[in-house]
Design a protein around this ligand. Sequence first.
Ligand code: PMP
Length: 346
Amino acid sequence: MTPPLRPELAGLTVYRRDEALYRWDLSDNTNLFGSAPSALAAVSSWAGRSPSRYPTAGTDHLRLALAEWLGVAADQIVAGCGSNDMLDAAMRAFGAPGSRMAYAAPTFVMASHFAAANSLDVVVVPTPAGGEPDIAALIATGARVIYLATPNNPSGRAASPGAVEELFDRAPGVVILDEAYTEYLGSSWAAVAAGRDNVVVTRTFSKAWGLAGLRIGYAVGAARLVDEMAKARGPYKVNAVAEQAAAAAVENDRAWLAAVCDQTRQARVALGASLKGLGFAVLPSDANFVSVLVPDARRIATALEARGIAVRAMVGVAGLGALLRITVGPEPAMAALVAAMAEVPR
Ligand code: PMP
């Protein structure tokens, strides 16, 4: 048998999205309420234009729009192909082959994937069930890179400000704070990160802005750090259409964003109450999804699929066990889900 090319990748799987069509796809935490309208207009305005030239190398239009919105300088921002790309670039920029990357488990699976793909040694720090991430244990790893998602995926919970500040102040290396869902929380550490020399905050247009298909994410931090990420990322990761669409959204659609987040929060509260009413154990969430602890997640997910509803089933989740992660969406989707959950054998 030929030896594997990269033994450290042996445990990783190729990410493939299940393209099966469901009546309601509540599996990927994208915005089921829609997309930023100015972004859609920008995409339409591209019709007929030639893409024969490269996009801008510096993504300056988007970075200027983001800088004004976030209250930071444009050179404290780097953009890329989704926040996945930003996480990958950050692991490469701040880690070195064989150095440690520590994260609070359970969390977004791609963090450890990108660490391993960049030959970092992954150190898992369990989060006490239902509690705060163990900041002291994360710091004690001595890791060159520490990853923390807030609000977290799959739990949905935001870390307390005290926990985040302690991590920022005492981390032995660089902190990557993943804020993919922070628009739903309504606050961000981006401006704080820009004023420090050891933190980058990653954010995305894939969730609340409703632009996952355009693949745009960004990171905010000290210019010295985001410059290193830009080198590790490589050029032209944000295509020209995506840049114009995202910049237009930031310039024109902030009221839309606030309204859609508000609508999502209300729907999340209603969904949580309905599922609790059926006797399910629903985790508290600050994001656009809720996780439900169930003994047999796969069986229930399959039963939901038979009813035309896709959710994300996870098993063996550290400290939580098996769960269903369900994206919050408009009323008809929520009604269909709750009706199906009332029927499925538990
Ligand atoms: N971080 C977290 C916590 C996520 O849940 C996701 C998407 N599932 C991402 C990052 C990546 O999102 P994107 O690459 O679309 O920005």
